[in-house]
Design a protein around this ligand. Sequence first.
Ligand code: HSE
Length: 287
Amino acid sequence: MKVSAPATIANFGPGFDVFGLCLDEPRDVIKVKESDEVMVEVEGFNVPEDPEKNVASISALALLKMLKAEMGFRMKIIKGIRPKSGLGSSGASALGGALALAKLLGVENRELIIKAALEGEKAASGSAHGDNIVPSLFGGFTILKSLSPLEVFKLDVSFKLVIVLPKVEVSTKRARAVLPRYVPLSDAVRNLALASALISALKEGDIEKAGKLLDDYLAIPYRKPLIPWFDNVRRAALESGAYGVSLSGSGPAMFALGEDLGDIGKAMVEAFENEGIGAEYFITKVG
Ligand code: HSE
C-alpha cells in the first residue's frame, strides 16, 4: 500500500490552530506492507527509524491499537518534507503513517485516521494540533472547527504561492511554549475580523484581497524572538509586490501571495541572506 501526504501551511495568517492550506509539493510518500515485525526504513530527509520514535510508525501503531488489531508492518518512508521547516513535516508523516495502515486494513473512518495521526503529531511537537494533518488529508483550504467530533469546513481554492525556506530550524514545541495562555480581547477581536474577512475573500477567489488579510496578533508577535528576521523578510516581500506574506505554521518557512512570485521569492531570499541566513524559494500551488 502506498500513500502520499503533502506539506501544509498551518495558521495561514490569522487562523492559529484552525486554518490550513494543503500544498501540491513537497510531500512524504509512505509504503507499508503487513509483516510479523514492526520495521521502519527512511529515505530522503533524516528522521528516526526506531518505530517508537518515528512519527509515521507512532501513528500507525496508534491506529492498530485503536482497532485492537494485532499485526506488524514494514514501512518505508520517502521523506520529502524537511523536518522542522514549518511546512507540516511531522503532520504529513503522522497522517501518512495512519493513512497507509488504514488503507491496508480497509479502514475509511477519517475521524479515526486523524485521531491516530494526532498521536504522531503529539510525539513530534508536544501538542495534538490538527491544522497540518487535516489539510494534508482533505486538500484545499481547511477550517478545523473541531477535532472530536471531527468537523472540518473545506474551501476549494486554487492559486499559486511562493514559499521561502531558510536554513534554520524552529521547533514547534518551543514555538508553542512561548505563547501566552491569555491574549488581550482587542487582539482576539482583530484576529476574528481578519479571519472572517479572509474566508470571504478566499470564497470570492480574490487572492489580492486575501493577501492583505494575513496579519496575526495571537501567535506571531510572541514568536518574534525565535524569528528575529521575520519583519525584514516580510518588508522585502511587500516591497517587491507581494499582496501579503506570513509565517508558515510556527516557521521558519514563510509564504507570500502575489503576481510575480519568482521576483518576490528572490527578494525574500535576499532579505534572509542580509540576515546571514541562507534560504531557497519555490513556487507551488494549492494541493
Ligand atoms: N498551529 C500550529 C502552531 C502549527 O502554530 O503552533 C505548527 O505547525
